[in-house]
Design a protein around this ligand. Structure first.
Ligand SMILES: C[S@@+](CC[C@H](N)C(=O)[O-])C[C@H]1O[C@@H](n2cnc3c(N)ncnc32)[C@H](O)[C@@H]1O
Length: 301
């Protein structure tokens, strides 16, 4: 059996009781180590907590060496640990499909994910539209495919959860070109970088999916001992020091409920200013006023 086991968001002990029981009985335990991180734990603290070896699975191993992970899983139990939930913005569908092709049974043991814990900021999960990812811009690559999705969400008044890029075990272009297996230190996109990239793309596209004054919520280290939220305009967040990773950003939609707003006030510098931003932002994409159809006197004839 291949078990995909969610680890939750922060501590070694965030694993579920069933997840832990399975980890203890598995022949091999892999930790998927490139799509998210546990903020208050690492490979060695997990090994200590589980009382057994944990093998780091980088992108290369998962994407091109899945048969190595799955070796023997027809008879033995193998655990594949994923930070958050195994299906929360990291669906390891390739691995699951490959396992099924090899006649291996698959079971998922779920856990909390950024996708649901984001509700802790006070915005209703029901009011979120499509989630998007922001990748680090390079000098020659500044992808803006997220922009249309943000626009669609904003048009129908929904909030947008923006997940921010993580670069782990990346090679510089020079090292790659020379075939040198030297890796750059890990990088995690912070709130200021995300907000600046969003502003740059709006400047280029000019379609007003959002503006520098659009209200947003910066979400840092959800579920960890140092979790923080900050509600402010996009341009204010472009200057915000969000501290240690991980971070996500939520851009508000037009349908902000009074209770959501009330909740957000605890994270703002100035309640009146923030309220004004939200009210001004609600003017964008407002549905046109309802106009009753003209009655046609000839209709009954
Ligand atoms: C590709 S997603 C993986 C999500 C994970 N499988 C889960 O279910 O939570 C990783 C991104 O989600 C966001 N994220 C994950 N955990 C977070 C946390 N605890 N606090 C803030 N953002 C988080 C970050 O933007 C991070 O780069």
């Amino acid at each position: 059996m291949l078990y995909l086991i969610g680890l939750g968001l922060s501590y070694e002990s965030d694993i579920t009781v069933r997840g832990l029981e399975v980890v203890k009985k598995c022949k091999r335990v892999y930790l998927e180590a490139y799509t998210s991180i546990l903020m208050a734990a690492d490979q060695s603290s997990l090994e200590q907590f589980y009382g057994r070896e944990v093998i780091l699975a980088d992108r290369e191993l998962v994407e091109t060496g899945s048969d190595q992970i799955l070796a023997g899983a027809q008879e033995d139990d193998i655990a594949f640990l994923v930070v958050g939930d195994p299906f929360g913005a990291t669906t390891h569908t390739d691995l699951i499909i490959r396992a099924r092709e090899l006649g291996i049974k698959v079971e998922a043991i779920h856990n909390a994910s950024v996708m649901n814990a984001v509700g802790a900021c006070g915005l209703q999960l029901y009011q979120f539209g499509q989630t998007v990812s922001l990748v680090f811009f390079t000098d020659s690559w500044r992808p803006d495919s997220f922009y249309n999705k943000v626009m669609e969400n904003r048009k129908i008044g929904l909030h947008t959860l923006l997940l921010l890029d993580i670069k782990v075990k990346e090679q510089s272009i020079e090292n790659m070109a020379r075939g040198r297996l030297i890796y750059e230190p890990p990088r995690y996109m912070d709130i200021a970088t995300a907000a600046s990239q969003l502003l740059e793309i709006e400047e280029l596209r000019g379609e007003k999916a959002y503006t520098p004054d659009t209200p947003c919520v910066a979400i840092s280290r959800l579920g960890s001992p140092s979790q923080t939220f900050k509600a402010a305009s996009l341009k204010e967040l472009a200057e915000f020091d969000s501290g240690e990773p991980l971070h996500s950003l939520v851009m508000l939609g037009r349908q902000v409920h009074d209770l959501e707003l009330e909740y957000l006030y605890q994270y703002v510098d100035n309640k009146d200013e923030f309220k004004k931003l939200v009210e001004a932002d609600q003017e964008y994409f407002k549905p046109p006023p309802y106009v009753a159809p003209v009655e046609n006197d000839d209709e009954d004839l």
